[in-house]
Design a protein around this ligand. Structure first.
Ligand SMILES: [Zn+2]
Length: 115
């Protein structure tokens, strides 16, 4: 399950970042995450595996909050910005497949609260 390795590497990165803080962090309370519809990350699966990845780390017991982001594309033909239903990324207005993906690909940490 790729969500598990994703959770593990995310916690690793957060831990590394926290080690650079002046005051030592013993616990991460909450982690706010952005999940794009095209990111390939399943919210439910991520929530399920997170406690396993967090066990024994500063993120153990942390609460996760998610901001789900829709796909948004800009059409290269007609210039309209639309939100096609993933997995389709063609222009909703004219049907062209020549679109630039503006949002919906990211999976990232927006913020976290520590103690
Ligand atoms: Zn178009």
């Amino acid at each position: 399950m790729h969500e598990l390795s994703l959770a593990e590497s995310m916690i690793e990165q957060l831990t590394e970042a926290l080690q650079k803080e002046a005051t030592p962090v013993t616990r991460i309370e909450t982690i706010s995450l952005e999940i794009g519809a095209m990111s390939g990350v399943e919210k439910d699966a991520f929530e399920f595996v997170f406690p396993f990845a967090a066990e024994g780390t500063v993120a153990e017991g942390a609460t996760l909050t998610f901001k789900e982001v829709d796909v948004k594309v800009k059409c290269g033909q007609c210039g309209v910005i639309s939100s096609p239903e993933f997995p389709f990324v063609s222009c909703v207005s004219c049907g062209s497949a020549l679109t630039d993906i503006l949002q919906g690909k990211d999976f990232k940490v927006l913020q976290m609260e520590v103690s």
